[in-house]
Design a protein around this ligand. Sequence first.
Ligand code: CA
Length: 222
Amino acid sequence: MRILIAEDDPVLADGLTRSLRQADYAVDCAYDGEQADHMLSAQHYDLLILDLGLPKLEGFEVLRRLRRRGGTVPVLILSARDALADRVRGLDLGGDDYLTKPFDLPELEARVRSLIRRGQSGGASVLNHGPLTLDMAGRRAMLAGEPLELSARELGVLEVLMLRSGRVVNKEQLAEQLYGWEGEVGSNAIEVYVHRLRKKLETAGVVIRTIRGLGYLLEKDA
Ligand code: CA
């Protein structure tokens, strides 16, 4: 999955790039609107994260040109402007979602996942794993058709494990999803969430395996 970040604040752009790369996305950065416009014309992206206040060519104009060319890449608008008129204009011009700065990294990442999935599946934002279903947009999970009681953080851990099912996810990746890059990495807390999830899922045969020294792996019992 390839993401273009159009953001002129280098600290924010680099922070976003780092965390999205850790989540296994291929990330390019454009630091002004002209560069973004050029890259969007030349390359295929699965998502554009677009700041509105960009030098040379403002974000609205980048978006307008993109859609006029027929570009269908999902666009997450990121802006310090929270005026209703800006939101409306951004969405009218063909933006798919709008996030106001400052934002929490886990929220941005959840929206990124949701937009990319929507772009790929034409609307669905539901993950399935055996008897387990997780609605990323609605923030709820079902187990064998029954609602599963989960805290927000348990749900966050489960979402990461499901998005990467069959692959090992380490504690640092989980902590980052839950706290963002500035948050504390609570390794013990992660163990607690995984332990609780395990208890809730084990009766349905959904197994979260501990890979010693590496992390966790979601696997379905045959
Ligand atoms: Ca800016």
